[in-house]
Design a protein around this ligand. Structure first.
Ligand code: NAP
Ligand code: MG
Length: 405
């Protein structure tokens, strides 16, 4: 056995909840620590720890990401009323991803992991579609108000110099609801640049859509900023690379995406990206095969799986029942983070390991060994459905062979 790979600079490791927390440890034990002398700065974002630290641990982990540049995150529970009861929480803590995104800003890129035995539900799709989701503002940073009865709702802006602008939102005759949301040019600009840079990097077209015909100021601002930045900074580079920037309306783009061949980047506003990434992931086969990376304008990276903590499987696991949870997206979060660490630190060993880990994972599935979620989709004669742990052990066998070469 060769010496284990050394890491010069730590990765920020953000542990999480439920089934993905179980998988997290298994991935480290079975696939990582046998080959790498793992150097991580560990933050436990499990809900108990968030409660104990009044969620300070989440903020600390985001600040550490700014220090070290690369983080890998496990899925975490976003508390709702049920979770407040279940975990006896003193507060309904905010979504960790929301908190991290608010600190790092940036854009989330989500792409499916494709394997030759799983055909997308959309029969025209031949290549992966990457969703670029704006990770700041809109409904995720909103202020909401429940109107109890008659009254007037107004939109008021007070400038720094004290000038007041007022608009009536609605004169309520009875109960209703109000929502106030915002975005800032700076964040939209960095979203646009992140998308254009990523398109150049991947040599793929980029599509963007909003509802600017209805939202004549808010969504229109997104459209204008994208156009200005594209024309001033990117149009020549795009021409040289032979790729295009294409803008249309959100409903139109949905129709076009479904009829497309894939192989492009689809830039989405925050909420659209939330919704559409689940659609794209499912249509490519499984939410368990979708990777996700947050890229900040300063060039900090946070890698994670796109799916949640797989609660239903966790409760089976707690009852002592066997689970067959797919760890692919979490493995690819680790490989993505290790590769980026390798690129930033000039460690070809680390990059090589990340490549092999991904190749071994894909090879395992393509050889017919897979978890339950994929078994129902895979078009392959000899299928062997394995449990959560054995799937990782099977990948480990393939990886072992690759690593001695
Ligand atoms: P989920 O964890 O994504 O799981 C939803 C369903 O999708 C599962 O029940 C399972 O279907 C299938 N699935 C997802 N990932 C899978 C995997 N790796 N292998 C096999 N099947 C998989 O969503 P959820 O159950 O709605 O949410 C659970 C918790 O996750 C919530 O507390 C939520 O706040 C949190 N969440 C966190 C993140 C994040 O940290 N990034 C994102 C989303 C949700 P079957 O049950 O049919 O097998
Ligand atoms: Mg979502």
């Amino acid at each position: 056995m060769k010496d284990r790979i050394k890491m010069k600079i730590p990765l920020v490791e953000m542990d999480g909840d439920e089934m993905t927390r179980i998988i997290w440890k298994m991935i480290k034990d079975i696939l990582l620590t046998p080959y790498i002398d793992l150097n991580t700065e560990y933050y436990d974002l499990g809900l108990e720890r968030r409660e104990a630290t009044k969620d300070q641990v989440t903020t600390d982990s985001a600040i550490a990401t700014k220090k070290y540049g690369v983080a890998v995150k496990c899925a975490t529970i976003t508390p709702n009323a049920d979770r407040v009861k279940e975990y006896n929480l003193t507060q309904m803590w905010k979504s960790p991803n929301g908190t991290i995104r608010a600190i790092l800003d940036g854009t989330v890129f989500r792409a499916p992991i494709t394997v030759n035995c799983i055909k997308p539900y959309v029969s025209t799709w031949k290549k992966p579609i990457t969703i670029a989701r704006h990770a700041y503002g809109d409904v995720y940073r909103d202020v909401e108000y429940k109107v109890e009865g008659k009254g007037k709702a107004e939109l008021v802006f007070t400038s720094e110099s004290g000038e007041v602008t007022k608009q009536t939102i609605h004169e309520f005759d009875g109960p209703g609801v109000i929502l106030g949301m915002h975005n800032v040019d700076k964040s939209i600009e960095s979203f646009a640049r992140a998308c254009f840079n990523f398109a150049l990097d991947q040599k793929q077209d980029i599509w963007f859509a909003t509802k600017d015909t209805i939202s004549k100021k808010y969504d229109h601002r997104f459209k204008d900023i994208f156009r200005e930045i594209f024309e001033n900074e990117y149009s020549k580079k795009f021409k040289a690379a032979g790729i295009e920037y294409f803008y249309t309306l959100i409903d139109d783009v949905v129709a076009r995406v479904v009829k497309s061949e894939g192989g492009f980047i689809w830039a989405c506003k925050n909420y659209d990206g939330d919704v559409m990434s689940d659609m794209v992931a499912t249509a490519f086969g499984s939410l368990a095969m979708m990777t996700s990376v947050l890229v900040s304008p300063e060039g900090y990276y946070e890698f994670e799986a796109a799916h949640g903590t797989v609660q239903r499987h966790y409760y089976q696991h707690l009852k002592g029942q066997e689970t067959s949870t797919n760890s692919m997206a979490t493995i690819f979060a680790w490989s993505g983070a290790l590769r980026k660490r390798g690129e930033l630190d000039g460690s070809s060993d680390l990059i090589d390991f990340a490549d092999k880990l991904e190749a071994a994972s894909i090879k395992t599935i393509e050889s017919g060994i897979m978890t339950k979620d994929l078994a129902v989709l895979a078009d392959i004669k000899e299928k062997k459905v394995v449990n959560t742990e054995n799937f990782l052990r099977e990948i480990g066998k393939v990886l072992d062979e690759m690593m001695v070469k």
